[in-house]
Design a protein around this ligand. Structure first.
Ligand SMILES: [Zn+2]
Length: 477
């Protein structure tokens, strides 16, 4: 009986005495980030340091390793023996290197004399070790830094490298829109200077968008959320408690522009559920060297497009006809390309690493994904007399796979969840995800009393809809 007890004590002492500290200090200057990593209490003989080759959320390789120069590893006495970035590691040591920071792009690293966009996947090397990391940023005078990470003293804190890499920083002379709360949780919108628009009206609308998004899942899993706005550019990248977005605030008095911005912001926001927490099983743990391929980006991205259309509409920021027009745009983008004849949704997802996010010669899951989302929602509503919907599927996945099992879902598990909620087999519908079969839209649109006008792809209401068709229509539109 004493032996296990002694061992336990020994383990505790061992863990305590081997507590490590990994502290990054990054110093910004135009087109360059100087990186210093101070490791204390290391107990591994050698450490192989690596740079990620991609940023989760952007499924393309980025040549981050080739942007590293001036790599050095030393302790208080000596330069350390090394082979490339693999070092013979004493208990305490320091790494230093520079990173080229001239890529002005939402997924990369950029510093100029006014601002910095810091994706830490392009800055911080990792080794195969699970370890809390802290990070200090030394900026030009007068700048500040915004990020989703919490701060202790001068250091931002991440419990592991996954969270560090999930927490980009925006630095510069930052401008903040008024903070707002949803269900008591603060939300921030930080940028580098916005165009002249009605900030109060915008924030009120953002609060509506987030409330509607939250109501779909019914739970807020973060303590604070930050929109990091890099201004000009294209696209955004989603994270657990922040998102990097490209928003200038220009032409917000134009209804079409405003709707486009709101859809985009709703999309990036809803991703903190769909893809960051409700996720394909392959998208975690991340392989920062090789990337993670999945056939389910049509759910992770495509259904996020479905929800961006609906969230903005249910927030009262688009009319039914504007919402239907968004579906029509997706439909035309999909139906007017020949890619639909040779590439399925699951193939488009799998091939995205080679073809780029918008599909190359094939199709884009951003186009066909929301259409399948609509058909799925219609089918579930029709099968359950509108008592259940796609929202129940998303909530079910969130509860089962994110909250209970702490993992992603497989293709089969996703279909099973849809079928459980619908109370019926959905093979007819799911064949549109894995084959190139021509989609019979009208079969499903009829459940909401809708049909497609041949040739124009316009959504029309049928004559004399039944009460159930009207109920389903009004639940969505
Ligand atoms: Zn997306």
């Amino acid at each position: 009986m004493t032996r296990p007890f002694t061992l336990l004590i020994a383990c505790l002492v061992t863990q305590f005495s081997f507590a490590q500290s990994w502290q990054y200090t990054i110093t910004l200057s135009p087109e360059r980030v100087h990186v210093s990593l101070s490791v204390k209490g290391n107990h591994t003989d050698s450490l192989a340091f690596k740079m990620p080759t991609w940023t989760p959320g952007y499924y393309q390789h980025i040549a981050f390793p080739s942007r590293v120069s001036n790599f050095k590893a030393y302790n208080e006495k000596d330069t350390l023996p090394r082979n490339g970035w693999t070092i013979k590691a004493p208990e305490n040591f320091t790494l230093e290197y520079d990173v080229r920071a001239d890529s002005d792009f939402v997924a990369a690293v950029y510093v100029d004399s006014h601002r910095a966009t810091l994706n830490l996947t392009g800055i911080c090397m990792y080794a195969d070790i699970h370890q809390p990391v802290s990070l200090k940023v030394i900026t030009p005078a007068g700048w500040s830094a915004a990020t989703g990470m919490d701060k202790k003293g001068d250091y931002f804190q991440a419990p592991n490298f996954d969270i560090l890499y999930d927490s980009p920083l925006l630095c510069g002379h930052l401008d903040s829109l008024p903070a707002f709360k949803v269900r008591g949780i603060p939300h921030y919108f930080v940028g580098l200077g916005f165009a002249d628009f009605d900030r109060t009206a915008f924030i009120n609308d953002m609060q509506k968008i987030i409330s509607i998004g939250v109501n779909i899942i019914g739970d807020i899993p973060y303590k604070h959320y930050t929109f990091l706005d890099i201004g000009n550019g294209h696209g955004g990248i989603e994270h657990l408690n922040s998102t990097t977005v490209t928003f200038t605030g220009q032409h917000m008095d134009n209804r079409e522009t405003r709707l486009r911005y709101y859809s985009f912001l709703a999309h990036e926001y809803f991703h903190h559920y769909n893809v960051k927490r409700i996720r394909p099983i392959e998208l975690g743990p991340f392989d920062y060297q090789n990337g993670n391929k999945t056939k389910m980006l049509w759910v992770a991205e495509g259904l996020t497009v479905y929800y961006e259309y609906l969230i903005v509409h249910h927030a009262g920021l688009s009319t039914a006809s504007e919402c239907l027009q968004q579906f029509r745009s997706s439909l035309m983008a999909y139906e007017t390309k020949t890619g639909k004849l040779h590439q399925s949704l699951t193939q488009a997802s799998w091939e995205t690493w080679a073809e780029g996010p918008f599909g190359g010669d094939g199709i884009s899951y951003y186009d066909k994904g929301p259409l399948i989302g609509l058909l799925l929602d219609l089918q579930i509503r029709q099968a359950t007399q509108n008592k259940k919907s796609l929202d129940d599927v998303m909530r079910g996945l969130y509860k089962k796979y994110y909250q209970q099992l702490h993992r992603g879902y497989t293709e089969t598990e996703f279909q099973n969840m849809c079928e459980d909620i619908a109370g019926m087999k959905l093979n007819d519908l799911f064949q549109y995800t894995s084959t190139t079969k021509e989609v019979d839209y009208n079969k499903y649109l009829a459940y909401a009393g809708l049909r497609l006008e041949p040739g124009t792809y316009e959504f029309k209401t049928i004559a004399h809809p039944t009460p159930m068709q009207q109920t389903i229509y009004h639940s969505i539109f």
